[in-house]
Design a protein around this ligand. Structure first.
Ligand code: BGC
Length: 738
């Protein structure tokens, strides 16, 4: 018999199976465990196994699909006779996606990308976004949302960074928790994903991340740990990659030791689509195989039945998994929360997407106060970036068909992303929004295909606004950090022709900007979602004071990165006969990914190496100025920090004062921040307390966090490399269980 965790078997075996078959459902929803045990006791093996695997209805002929079920990413049958609801899932973190138009013409409110959400540094707003997308999921008939993407940004070439929440575990974990909490406020179960270290796309289903345990616990795992604590997701989605040679979805260290034993996670583990490779995954802690048609075998259905019959897997293993799923459905009220389908108020929801886009725009440069543009401006040249069509969105499973639909959509060519990566433009075209914001100006548009024509238009306008794009998609990584072909030359020509040129970037990642010093102003709008056009115009016109701060470091080039050559990017490209389904290349060669930065991700790596990036983590400008004063730090068990922020300028605005700690011999670390909205002249006191895990390290030998006694230097800063005030305090030694 396979080696199943004995402790778990004992609990489930005794509790669930001892219940009488006639148990009634008197238990309150507040006691999902009891309810789950009672229901489990009444289920047949077949019914239990039905919960353990999900199908992609999009791959099933219409006539064979279950009636009335919305087609999304996954479908898990329910058990009507016991009132167990089916699980109908949709992607993802940025809204209800509609991959490859599987529900013909169906649209949803498109939030800005994850990096834009992270750039707001505002958990309240991110929660509101989560609540909104969760409500749309529910209204469309879904009750599981594959949101909560929290993989850390380790390499600015990774194709999926746009879905995630930046490079810092505290920031990303806090925001993921807020998003999940918002989604789940609709009686929709959210995932947190992709567990873990699925931090690049090249070789995503064949590469193995080699990292020591302490480094993992202090970085990517910490982001998940915080996200789970704050968001209480019903499910964890295990990723495609291997860790230490073992696939994430069959990795007992990840799924049983860390997640269940150490963190006490009570929900269930679902696989990513096409990420299961053996029945051993059940034994390791996987509860649900999703997208089963694209795996080599139906491990948690056909294969499982055969193994049970042959006595190779104990029946109680099925009980463990089914119980975790059931208790999650009950804990989140999926069985009692009423009819699924309803009307959506797209106008109200659109306002949330717009606010998120506004708050996520980061102003990198404005040396001569070119921005905001005066209402009296007479001529504006808008150039490039398909600004006449819409805003760019990232490709893959998270891509949302925005309200109004895509105005232009084209497949990416070549590589594993070709199957489903799409370059889509939608939402309000920035050109229209700019025209509406400057009604008395003459606004001309040139598409930017000819840099000379663009330069000419820029020269004859008071102000030029030139858009720069870099597309990104799931299932592939970017080859470099430059804007998409031809655009650096275009921006160079425009900024050379007219110093009063504003560059607006729509990218899924940090990029290099060889023309930066020539630009009159630079705005990073990321993939700004369906109301990104209006948000950009409002920042340009000063109706919105920019308050976004970078959630990732912008390096000067790939030579500053821990891996100047991205792991796997130098391997031969896939040959034609390789099997590529759903962005998963099942034949790609195995290779190892090593991250020299370990837990010193992003700005911590730059700090450790004493390197100056182009723009630091946490950086962003405003139309007003903020001053910091009265920093006090109290030590002891943790660090308690208090300071004052004042808006010393003449317009209202929001600031994000950040607190970093530097401990003996270690790279600095973010321990807190607050987004503070202030009227001119207004002053606010901010108090923060450090999470003690951030003051120590993970002691692998003792399997706990260790905080050594010592002196901590605390920086109150505008960004990771711009401390304004510094103080210090002693912290006392402590150990903390994970
Ligand atoms: C992605 C997941 C997604 C799933 C279902 C996979 O390709 O990695 O994030 O939830 O597909 O669409």
């Amino acid at each position: 018999m396979a080696n199943f965790p004995k402790r778990l078997l004992a609990t489930v075996g005794a509790a669930a199976l001892a219940l009488p078959l006639t148990a009634t459902y008197a238990a309150s929803p507040a006691d999902p465990d009891r309810r789950a045990r009672e229901v489990l006791a009444r289920m047949t093996r077949e019914e239990k196994i039905a919960l353990l695997h999900g199908r992609m209805l999009s791959l099933i002929a219409q006539a064979k699909r279950p009636e009335g079920v919305t087609v999304g990413a996954g479908f898990v049958e329910g058990v009507p006779r016991l009132g167990i609801p089916p699980q109908v899932s949709t992607d993802a973190s940025l809204g209800v996606s509609n991959l490859l138009d599987m529900r013909r013409g169906d649209v949803a409110t498109a939030l800005p990308s994850g990096l834009a959400l992270a750039a707001t540094w505002d958990p309240g707003l991110v929660r509101e976004g989560g609540r909104m997308i969760g409500s749309e999921a529910r209204a469309k008939g879904f009750n599981v949302m594959l949101a909560g993407g929290v993989n850390l940004v380790r390499d600015p070439r990774s194709g999926r960074n746009f879905e995630y929440l930046g490079e810092d575990p505290l920031l990303a974990g806090t925001l993921a928790g807020a998003q999940i909490d918002g989604v789940q406020s609709n009686h929709v179960v959210s995932t947190i994903k992709h567990f873990a270290l699925n931090d690049q796309e090249i070789g995503r289903s064949s590469a193995s991340v080699q990292m020591d345990e302490a480094a993992m616990r202090e970085s990517d795992l910490l982001a998940f740990e915080i996200g789970i604590e704050k968001g209480n997701p019903g499910a964890v989605m295990c990723g495609y990659n291997k860790i230490g040679g073992t696939y994430s979805c069959e990795n007992p260290f990840l799924l049983t030791q860390v997640l269940r034993s150490d963190w006490g996670f009570k929900g269930f583990v679902m696989s990513d689509w096409g990420a299961v490779h053996s029945l051993g995954s059940l034994q390791a802690g996987l509860d649900q195989q999703q997208g089963e048609q694209i795996d080599a075998k139906r491990w948690l259905s056909t294969e499982l039945v055969a193994a049970l019959d042959a006595g190779r897997v104990p029946e109680s293993a099925v009980d463990i998994a089914a119980l975790r799923i059931l208790r999650t459905l009950y804990a989140h009220g999926l069985d009692t929360s009423g009819p699924l389908k309803s009307e959506i108020d797209f106008e109200t929801n659109g306002a949330i997407a717009r606010r998120a886009a506004e708050e996520g725009i980061v102003m990198l440069r404005n040396p001569t106060s070119l921005l905001p543009i005066a209402a009296s401006v007479q001529t504006i040249a808008v150039i490039g970036g398909h600004a006449d069509i819409g805003v760019l969105s990232g490709g893959g499973s998270s891509q949302v068909a925005p309200v109004g639909g895509f105005r232009k959509i084209e497949p990416v060519r070549g590589g594993p992303a070709a199957a489903f990566g799409r370059k889509g433009y939608g939402g309000t075209p920035p050109l229209d929004a700019i025209r509406a914001s400057f009604p008395t100006a003459r606004v001309v548009f040139v598409d930017g295909a000819d840099p000379e024509a663009a330069a000419k238009a820029a020269r004859s306008a008071d102000i030029a606004i030139v858009f720069g794009e870099k597309h990104a998609t799931e299932a592939d990584d970017q080859r470099d950090l430059s804007l998409d072909a031809g655009q650096d030359a275009l921006i160079d020509a425009v900024t050379s022709a007219n110093p009063r040129s504003v560059v607006v970037l729509e990218t899924g990642n940090a990029v290099v900007m060889p023309w930066a010093q020539k630009a009159g102003a630079i705005l990073v709008a990321w993939f700004p979602g369906q109301h990104g056009g209006e948000a950009i115009a409002d920042v340009l016109a000063g109706k919105v004071n920019p308050s976004g701060r970078l959630p990732v470091t912008f390096p000067t080039g790939t030579d500053q990165l821990p891996n100047p050559v991205m792991p796997g990017s130098d391997l031969p490209p896939p040959s034609k006969d390789e099997r590529i389904t759903y962005g998963v290349n099942t034949n790609s060669p195995p290779f190892e990914i090593r991250y020299p930065e370990g837990s010193d991700v992003g700005y911590r790596w730059f700090d450790r190496q004493s390197k100056q990036p182009a723009y630091a983590f946490g950086y962003g400008l405003s139309y007003t100025t903020f001053t910091y004063s009265d920093l006090t730090v109290e030590g002891g068990k943790t660090l308690s920090v208090r300071f004052a922020v004042t808006n010393a300028g003449t317009v209202a605005g929001a600031d994000v004062p950040q607190v970093y700690v530097r401990l003996e011999g270690k790279a600095k670390r973010l321990i807190g921040w607050q987004k503070v909205r202030l009227a001119p002249g207004e002053k606010r006191i901010v108090t923060l307390k450090a999470d003690r895990r951030l003051l120590g390290h993970y002691d692998t030998a003792r399997q706990r966090w260790a905080v050594p006694a010592g002196r901590a230097t605390v920086e109150l800063a505008r960004s990771a490399n711009d401390p304004v005030l510094t103080s210090a305090a002693r912290i006392s030694a402590a150990t903390i269980l994970p």
